[in-house]
Each structure stands twice: as structure tokens, then as C-alpha cells.
Design a protein around this ligand. Sequence first.
Ligand code: SF4
Ligand code: SF4
Length: 433
Amino acid sequence: MIKKSKKVKDYKLLTKTLPTMRYLEPNSVFVSVQNNRCKTYEMSVKEGDHVLFGQQIGVRHGGFFEQPIHATVSGTIGTISKKLHRTGRKIDVIEIKNDFLDTPHESVFDRPDGVIEKLTQADMVEIVKQKSLVGLGGSGFPTYIKLGTRDKINTIVVNAIECEPYLSSDYRQILENPEEVITGLSYIMQALSVDHALIAIKSMRNPLYEVLTQVLEVRFPHLNIQVVKLGNYYPQGWEVEMFEQALGIRIPPGELPTKYGVIGFNVSTTVGVYEAIKHNLPVTKRHFTITGDAVKFPQNIYVRVGTSVRELIDLCDGFIEDEENVVIVMGGPMMGTSVTTRDVIVSKATTSVIILKDVEYKEEQCVRCGSCVYSCPAHLEPVQIMNAVKRNDKDVMKGLRANECIECGLCAYVCTSKIHVTDYVRKAKKLIG
Ligand code: SF4
Ligand code: SF4
């Protein structure tokens, strides 16, 4: 169990009370045709072709799976160019010039409830596979693989903890669309033949508790779904910690939760299941947060996948500092990736961009205070791993189980000497493969 002395200030106050803006009509979207899991691709369209909203326009090839690529607006295909992905790597993207008609492809249709009731696990797995749904909380892992588990599941947990500071898109999504979250969860329950599910939130998020319990009681009294309040600390949203606190089940490192009868889905992914099953829609839009102490008007925004982050930052009236004095982080401030330009695109699994004042910290000598060790949720010894990296001693890195680091960033956050300890542990993971 994690030592919970380090409480996190509520940085979400910048945006969590702001209703979600809609920005759904960019002039162009830049749909990623590659990502960190899929290096190669084939397009079934060419420059100048007209495409419809939701139409399949190509396929990405991953190591052991394929992902259809879909148009997120209707319009005209432009060229393939390079843009920055949330991971900080340049990837190929294809431009679609928006015709602002949003004409749906014939593959987009509403599935009647009577038809949905008869869908089997195999049917639902095939639908989310064809709709290219992935873990939208940032993992990007193909959802059809999770949903296709052969393990006996007793409890599904929707991870609505959103424990990274600043982020609030899940929070707003639940407040504004609780029925989509719950309906998506009911489809997952049907697919996995499970009659019990939890929605896990932080105990300080009372508005979520109230809206979810009320909607469950009034609209879904037939479903055995409970809302559970968990701790107000980071990283409560780490799945291992969430399962332990919600169900008392500790998943050992390297093991799949499904082997222990549990499975977790992020809020946006759960809504993605709803969109795929109910509307036969791929992920074409998502909730996104732009926040931080260096952006003028932080916002929660509902956007097309493929929208340029530069446009969204402009929508927030830009930075309060010169560009060279800010740090742009894709994802959360603890686990996200710093990027050097605004020319990033919103990909399916991009939750947010955090813009912070660039405060320079001078690293000092390690004083062996042990704070990094006491704080590590994976029970590692970050300082010893750092020392092994400095000596390039891979055997010690392995012996210290550096590969079990979840890159939560806490060791660097708590370090008395402002050392980037997490960077050393990341390096150790790379060195030992
Ligand atoms: S980043 Fe890794 S080593 Fe550092 S506290 Fe988190 S899990 Fe532990
Ligand atoms: S927290 Fe920083 S100063 Fe303290 S032991 Fe770890 S690396 Fe050293």
C-alpha cells in the first residue's frame, strides 16, 4: 500500500468548474496514420478524394494487430505530412480539409436497443475492433483485446479517478454526460457477462458522486453498479492501486488484472464503447483539457480527433508568457511528455495539454533523504537505480526491478535536491529492455 502523506493540491480548480466548450469545425484535421504502436500503414484514399465522416480511409499495422484509420470530418483528402504526436515523436498524418457538412458515411448508423441486447462478446469485440477503439485515457492499447478476454471477470471498474493534477476532462465528461458513461459500462458488462461493476472516483469529488448515484437510481435501477470513493492522493488512479483500494485485490507486477477476476476501463474509453456499439462510430471526437499556469484562459474543449493543438491554444488566447518561457506538456504533468512546439495534434489518446511557466530548478547533490524511496508506489528504490545508471551497472538495475517503474514521476516530485530521478529510472528501463 502507498504511503499517503503526500496530498496533492487541487490544480483542477483552474478548469473543473468550466462547462466544456465545443470546437468541432476546424478548417482541417490531421489524422495520424502512424502512432507509437503502429509504424506502418496503407491508405485506401489519395489526395483530392472526397471522404465522409466516419469513413475508413486506411489501416495502421501494429506488431500483432491492425487498426482501421477513420475520417473525423467529411471533406477532401490533402497531403501526408509530419506532425508531432503526444509521445514527442514525429509521425505521418493525413490532412482532411473540412467541408463543414459532416456528412456521415453509410457505416455510421444507430443500432436499435433490441439488436444491442442480443450482441455477444464476439460481436462487441468485432465492433470495437472495426471502430479502432483504444484506451483513451492515454494508454492507446486496443480495447478489443481487453474486451475479448477469456478470463472469468467478476467485477468491472471504471477508472474515473483522473488523479493527475490539472486534468479535468473526465470530470466534466461525467458531469455533462453521465448516461453515456453508464450505458457504455452496461455494454461492457453485457460483453463480459458480468453483473457487478464499480465506478471509482476520488472521495473529494462529491459532485461526481451525486450525479452518478442519482442517474443510476433513476435511469438504471436494474444495473448493479456502485460508485466508490477512493483516496485523494496520487497515484490513486494507477490501476494496481485502484483495484487494491476498491476491491482489496493486489495485482502482482507483470500480471494481468483479468487473472484476478477484475478489469478496468477509463471514462473516455467507456464512452468510446457506447459510441461504437450504439452509433457504430469510431473515435472521431474527444474531451480535451488545455490548462496550466501559463495559458491565459484554460478550458475543457470537445474537439475533433486530428485538431491542431496550436488552434486550441489560440482559442484559449495563448500564453501569458513568451513561448520560450513556457513548458508544454502533452498529457498530465506527472506522466506526460514535454514537447518543444505547439504543432502537436490531438490524437485519440491525447487527454490534455498542460502549459506551465518554465521555472528553472538547480539540481543539487543527493542528500540520501530517502524521500524517493518512501514515495514510490511500486516499492522501488529510485535513488539506488539512479546510482546504478550513473555506473551503467545493468545487473544492479535489473536486481532493483527498474522495469517495474510505472513512470508516475513521484520520485522526482518529492526529491529534496530537485534531481530528475524519474528520468534516470526511465533510462534504466530502456537500458535493461
Ligand atoms: S517514477 Fe517509477 S521509480 Fe519513481 S516513484 Fe514512480 S514508480 Fe517509483
Ligand atoms: S529524494 Fe532525492 S535527495 Fe532524497 S534520496 Fe532520493 S534522490 Fe537523493
